[in-house]
Design a protein. Structure first.
Ligand code: PLP
Length: 453
């Protein structure tokens, strides 16, 4: 830190404060974790200076032999860990990995047949008329993805995101009675809509997804099954999700982040079967900027860690802790979406349980040293900004070594904060969806206990 302080002391201070916050507060954000020192060190070094567009052994720049070593190792660890035919370690984030996947499927299923029909190998060789037709057909493709309020991600074809502008999207949701994915409704929708891509995967669904059924539906309607396992990749790596619940044997293409339950550096990755391998490898420079070799080095280290037997214990403990947190909350009267969890996350319906918006609950918890995020729940009456839910996940606290007994105590702390919080009013005295009122003494007492934990 002193080296940094000599150049820009405010950055040194911010780093120091971040370390303190991450130590002193209870990190319950379901998408966060603590990477190991080996992973962090692999990321902060001279590889950052290197340009390496292209793929292993086929670079657009000279002098890439060490980057080749790093990228090949990251891909090898990923293939071995997930049992995938092919792995591409370059995406800079989960969103970038999804873009590579969309582009690869479009290239394989829309562009390649158009090139074959015109008898050329490259888009540059298409006539103006054929190129115009191909561009038009890119715009006519359909995607079926999980709705946002059921836990899907913005990149799964939603209008504000580029994926919603690239694809004509329809979404599938959950059964209002159970909160679970309704596979029969999904099948009916897929038959009517005939999407090019079906996207499975979520940011805020507390249950398992049956990828065997998803693939069966995709095959029936001629769609490519893409699974975004950004959230639960660590549970797949740790063999907690196997058989029908492991996406890799079922989907043609799987994307992930490397920094959530997988506990690696911030980044993304694509796994695929042989049919999409060549398209995926062209991710950079077709969709992505130049690779980040220092981050790929850290991915290789984190993936090597995830191949160790201890990682299986970790992944199981993440789920055991998540269930203990669910039980502790429900025993104290909280309502959880779907009535519990099978994975690393829980979604508390704070409107029903405590008469609060997600925004009020998130702020009250933060005042008390508990870091969470507000999240929509299915058919959320408070909309996507204020929301009625709080999402909590156990990957980070499990890395810190907390177990099921501590989870019960954490459930008690959350419940105490939320039962003590009142909705606030605006400056003009009207009810506010943003403001909350919490006795500072309670906030202080809970913060101290959060730090001790
Ligand atoms: N996909 C899913 C399912 C996610 O939950 C997220 C992030 O929250 C992403 C993709 C995006 O990942 P990143 O922030 O690394 O781009």
């Amino acid at each position: 830190l002193e080296v940094i302080r000599a150049v820009e002391p405010r950055i040194a201070d911010a780093i120091g404060q971040e370390v303190a916050d991450q130590r002193e507060m209870l990190k319950l954000i379901a998408s966060e974790n603590y990477a190991s020192p080996a992973t962090l060190l692999a990321m902060g070094n001279w590889f950052s200076d290197k340009y390496a567009e292209g793929t292993v052994g086929r670079r657009f720049y000279a002098g890439c032999r060490n980057v080749d070593t790093v990228e090949a190792l990251a891909a090898e660890h990923a293939r071995e860990l997930f049992g995938a035919a092919h792995a591409y370690a370059q995406p800079h984030s989960g969103i970038d990995a999804n873009l590579v996947a969309f582009w690869s499927v479009l290239a394989d299923r829309v562009e390649a047949p158009a090139l074959a029909k015109a008898g050329v190998r490259n888009v540059n060789d298409l006539s103006e008329a054929d190129w115009a037709e191909l561009r038009q057909s890119f715009g006519n493709q359909r995607m079926l993805g999980m709705s946002l309020d059921a836990g899907g991600h913005l990149t799964h074809g939603f209008r504000p995101n580029i994926s919603g502008k690239m694809f004509d999207q329809r979404s599938y949701g959950t059964d209002p009675a159970t909160g679970l994915i309704d596979y029969e409704a999904l099948r009916t929708s897929a038959r009517e809509f005939k999407p090019l891509i079906i996207v499975a995967g979520y940011s805020a669904y507390p249950r398992l997804v049956n990828f065997r059924i998803m693939r069966e539906i995709a095959d029936e309607v001629g769609a490519t099954l893409m699974v975004d396992m950004a959230h639960f990749a660590g549970l797949v790596a740790g063999k907690v999700l196997t058989g029908d619940f492991d996406p890799v044997p079922h989907a043609q293409i799987v994307t992930t982040t490397t920094h959530k339950s997988l506990r690696g550096p911030r980044g993304g990755m694509v796994l695929c079967d042989d049919s999409l391998k060549d398209q995926v490898d062209r991710g950079c420079p077709m969709v992505l900027g130049g690779p980040l070799p220092h981050v790929m080095a850290a991915k290789a280290v984190a993936l090597a860690e995830a191949r160790r037997p201890e990682f299986r214990d970790y992944a199981q403990a993440v789920v055991d802790n998540s269930r203990a947190l669910a039980e502790g909350l429900m025993r104290r009267g909280a309502t959880l979406v779907t009535g519990g969890t099978d994975n690393h996350l829980n979604l508390i319906d704070v409107a029903t349980s405590y008469g609060l918006t997600g925004r009020q609950a998130e702020s009250a918890l933060l005042d008390s040293g508990i870091v969470t995020n507000r999240n929509s729940i299915p058919a959320d009456p408070n909309g996507a900004w204020y929301t009625s839910g709080i999402r909590i996940g156990t990957p980070a606290l499990t890395t810190r070594g907390l177990g099921t007994a501590e989870m019960d105590e954490v459930a008690g702390l959350i419940d105490r904060v939320l039962t003590t919080t009142e909705p606030g009013t605006t400056a003009k005295g009207a009810p506010s969806k943003a403001q909350h009122v919490l006795d500072p003494k309670v906030a202080d007492e809970i913060s101290r206990r959060a730090t001790d934990l």
